[in-house]
Design a protein. Sequence first.
Length: 316
Amino acid sequence: MMNACMRYVSLIPSYEVTESHAVTLLGLELLKVLHGSPLDHTILLASYFIYLGIKCWVAIGLGLPRGHSRFVLIKYDLTTRRIVLENDQLFRSRGFLNKSDGYTWYVCDASSGERYELRDVGCPLKTVDYVFDNENIWVNVQSSQDCENMSFDFTKSSDWQAVFDKNVFVMKQPVVTDSALYSTPPNVEGLRSALETKIKSKVQKWRSHMKTIWNRYCSTLLRDMLLQWEYWVFNPTGPKPSFSQKLKHLMVTFKIFGFPLNLAYVNTKSVISAIKSTGLHLSDDPNVEFALGVEVCAYPNNVISVWVFLASITRM
């Protein structure tokens, strides 16, 4: 369920905040508007985690590549081999981020649906200014704000200064779990067909100086792969989808160049723009053929995932 929540929130379109002040949406407001800032997405994801009983915090600091960033902070118990829950006993004597305390910390990017180990060099969150949960706010007063060196023991006033001297937030059942807020996923076959037609039309227009030939057989094989990728995103710890035997057989005699694109659907224009930016249509081989697979997956509240696999095909 945790991966499903991350995937669902990441499919809600987002925008980068350019002003110094921005309106922050409640979770239920984001579910209605379906367009929010990274902070809006982070708060919604934290709400889902709270509903699942997961102990989490929202960490605000500097990250790459956005600069001012926000992530959902969670911890993994190496003994029980699961995420720490709200009612679990927390060991605080050595600090939350001591390497020997039997825990690994992770940050979740609500906008991308990615999860990173906090101490990993590839983690996008680099410093933390303050954190908050459904009980209080803690400001980092340590000399170091580097995630690799700082302590996350919020009970130590020398490291973290609590904004309130007691838990002042009254946390009821998260409103975002009310089933009345969610509409039935729409039928998207019409959208899928329209996108496929539009993409083919645009590729042919971009290649107006050359004839564009579509390989129907390969297109069918590419489309069959896309649902497997959507299922895999919900369980990224499992094996990645591989090419079918039919596609592997085709690759013996043909050179196939391309890759799947996954986008949160906003409009057709944004999908077309993403495809054009790949440059896959620029092949000048007079014998090149193209294959196109398009799949659309719908979720409650018109949250839509679009997969596009455009590939060029040339004989070896």
